[in-house]
Design a protein around this ligand. Sequence first.
Ligand SMILES: Nc1ncnc2c1ncn2[C@@H]1O[C@H](COP(=O)(O)OP(=O)(O)OP(=O)(O)O)[C@@H](O)[C@H]1O
Ligand SMILES: [Mg+2]
Length: 330
Amino acid sequence: MNVLQLSTNENRQSPEACNPSLWAVGGGKGGVGKSIVSLNLAYWLAKLGHKVVLVDADLGGANLHTLLGIKFVQHTLSDYLDKKVDSLNRIAIDTPVPGLRMICGASDIVGLANPKYAQKMKLMKAMSMLEAEHLILDLGAGTDYNTLDFFLYCTYKVVVTTPQPTALQNGYGFIKSALYRAISREFGRNFRLESLIKRATGQDADQPIATMDELIQGFAEVDENYAERLKAIISDFQLYLISNMVKKDKDCKASEIIRTVCQKYLNLEHITLLGNIPYDSQIEECVARMNPAFMTNTKSQSALEFYQLVNSVIKESSHPEKVNDMTPTA
Ligand SMILES: Nc1ncnc2c1ncn2[C@@H]1O[C@H](COP(=O)(O)OP(=O)(O)OP(=O)(O)O)[C@@H](O)[C@H]1O
Ligand SMILES: [Mg+2]
């Protein structure tokens, strides 16, 4: 593998350090690499001179800090939700990486694993006012409402998958759950629409609705305006897909498969394939040793891909002038 000489800009001055771009990194299946992807995105953004806050939003099993080599955590999200700390900026701790701060999760607090919807929205609003340019939320596995609500709140919704069929299934299932959560929150209080949504989400097995076209048709039969609003929600639903741990060329098709299925059954048209991260044994070894060296090792197989991914992230986010166009040289 070629040695990478990655261009970085550690002394870059930040013209605007508030109103961060909100990125959520999710995906239905556990262990597909959501945390590794979140961490590397955050790391490379910081390395390119951006102010970044990485948030461990896995309320059920927060441990992202250990991947960064941080062993003792003084403040977590629970201190903020318990009102022990009045500002999120105060619990955003410095990390060994300049420009990168982190908010640790709070899996130790039982009650926190189930905050109310309003509490979550308040938290997200506070996060969106943090002094940073990018906020990256590492989400937990599964499709519980907390995970979906954090995911839906973020402007940039990233889904990580691996080429395994189960990961593809779970990735699609996660996207479907997130979309239907958004639809339910909008229309769930209308009895007739709610029963249609139930048929589309498998909660009424007697009269299944298999595709989004059928659901739109059902909405239109209730009222054409509902159908139009439903179409608008679908059209606004933008996604970014990353395939992780790819080993062979054909593995790179993983995201493409999810995109095709999402187009066919959910009518989602705005899906961007953000990149393919190769399987890299160094990542596994460093994680096992709780040593974050895999990020500083620019010779690793995955470094070039993460670097390119981050440049795409910068292009996509609301700071297009910050794109670093100095590509790594072989
Ligand atoms: N590109 C990669 N190459 C090799 N190993 C990887 C790669 N990405 C992730 N891994 C391995 O997979 C493990 C799981 O990754 P990670 O913890 O990021 O998954 P996750 O999706 O966040 O899991 P969870 O749902 O439990 O939070 C890591 O500990 C690491 O060993
Ligand atoms: Mg994780």
